[in-house]
Design a protein. Structure first.
Length: 456
């Protein structure tokens, strides 16, 4: 696919980048890269054959990655321009591309099924990948989460023409893709540090839909704000979890830890679909995933079996502990609408229990832009522990701290907590259902939180 013998990934440990590292290792390329800190994911990449370094020094770049004619450099926007390795590659005239550009090359040589949206895209694309993988069709898949069924964010098939890709709207990355078919799950404004306005954000989705290839189709959530802009030979379908649409659910049954429904398509009804991860929000996610599978010839039996065996993606409504006394759930939710949906899903599952959460805001700009919306969503809790902002790629903004969310939260019990004091803070608390929320590093506390709850 590319005329190089090796690749160097700057930011190799990111969830999206690591899938590409694995892909090119599997294809026989030499692969090396940099990441800021060691993690389970980077250690797994090393065990699979990649060389990963945790210092910026250009001297650590291996010999097989020092020739611009044989090495392609792939970078993530999260790494600053001042990175020493990037400077070396620029000064020596290497070709440097973004992760999304590399995914774009893959979509141009395969039938790319691209899943976009403010939220829901990781779970929905993961469901679709599992359905295709378990079917007679198969797929390659590049995902934004680790699927529990496979303990990986990559699936490979030498025979399938399909590639399932999570299409990220950050930095307009999804504009590099060339979808055969596309899904849009939601267009609630986000990343206003990049887009500036709601209108510009919505326009980016309209541009994304214009990239769908002739003969393909768009499957979009009914009622979303973005207006599709597609070619004449591109079909447009709508889906919904609960309203009549081209694809939707009816005869929904929730109880005894199960969610079962009938999947309605334009031509048939697939009865008694059971969700392997039985939370209400996954009804809509499942409808979108099954719609794409059905449109590409996956059989009703294959769809039904795959949905029942889907184990979920790590950090997406991920159960860590289930006992008579304590339930611990981890969720990557970091946008107000995601948080609201997560809390409401927990309420539906456990209507008689106290719902508590630890929330770590992600990014100063997102906190600034959506402080009111965060506070409204978090006020649905019985109890909140609010951590300091996880900055990720950003520098601090004067006056923007977790306090501006905290002051507006109205739940019965709330407190601010420094991250370093979190484990002490939760000891001896009578948590019934505890959710950890956020896209930062809160997940690193989960083994210790689980241990504390399990002994109480």
């Amino acid at each position: 696919m590319i005329n190089y013998t090796s690749l160097y990934f700057v930011g190799a440990g990111g969830i999206g980048m690591s899938a590409l590292v694995r892909y090119f290792l599997a294809k026989g390329y030499k692969v090396a890269g940099y990441d800021k800190t060691p993690s389970e994911l980077t250690e797994n990449l090393i065990s699979e054959g990649a060389e990963i370094f945790y210092e910026e020094s250009a001297e650590l770049i291996p010999p097989y990655c020092r020739d611009p004619h044989t090495t392609l450099v792939v970078r993530t926007p999260a790494v600053p321009e001042t990175h020493e390795g990037l400077s070396f590659f620029r000064e020596n005239r290497f070709t440097i591309i973004k992760r999304a550009e590399l995914l774009g090359l893959i979509t141009r040589t395969t039938k790319g099924l691209c899943f976009a949206g403010t939220h829901g895209k990781t779970t929905t694309s993961s469901m679709a990948a599992h359905i295709f993988h378990q079917s007679h069709i198969g797929c390659n898949a590049f995902l934004g989460g680790i699927l529990k069924n496979y303990n990986s964010n990559l699936m490979l098939s030498d025979e399938s023409p399909y590639s399932i890709i999570e299409a990220d709207e950050y930095d307009r990355s999804f504009h590099h893709l060339s979808p055969y078919m596309a899904v849009i799950t939601a267009t609630d404004p986000d990343h206003l540090d990049i887009y500036g306005t709601r209108e510009a954000y919505l326009e980016s989705f309209s541009h994304f839909t214009s990239l769908i290839r002739p003969g393909g189709c768009l499957v979009m959530h009914k009622g979303i704000a973005a207006l599709p802009r597609v070619g004449k030979d591109v079909k447009v379908y709508e889906y919904s979890g609960f309203e009549k649409s081209d694809f939707y659910a009816k005869n929904i049954r929730i109880g005894n830890g199960q969610i079962i429904f009938d999947f309605v398509t334009p031509k048939e009804i697939i009865a008694d679909v059971s969700l392997g991860v039985p939370v209400k929000i996954n009804i809509e996610n499942g409808i979108a995933a099954m719609a794409i599978a059905w449109l590409n010839g996956v059989t009703a039996k294959e769809i039904r079996n795959a949905m029942a065996t889907f184990g979920g993606a790590k950090r997406r409504f991920d159960f860590w502990l289930k006992t008579d006394k304590h339930i611990l759930i981890d969720d990557y939710a970091h946008h107000p609408d995601e948080i609201r949906a997560s809390i409401q899903s927990v309420r539906a599952l456990y209507p008689d229990k106290k719902i508590s959460a630890i929330f770590q805001p992600h990014l100063y700009t997102r906190t600034r832009d959506f402080a009111n919306e965060f506070a409204n969503a978090l006020s649905l809790l019985d109890e909140l522990i609010l951590l300091e902002i996880y900055p990720a790629r950003e520098l601090p903004i004067e006056g923007i701290t977790s306090q501006i969310i905290f002051d507006k939260v109205t739940c019965k019990k709330k407190e601010l907590c420094e991250k370093k004091m979190l484990l002490e803070k939760i000891k001896g608390r009578n948590f019934e259902v505890l959710i950890t929320l956020g896209a930062g590093d809160i997940d690193r506390f989960l083994p210790d939180i689980k241990a504390i709850l399990a002994t109480e």
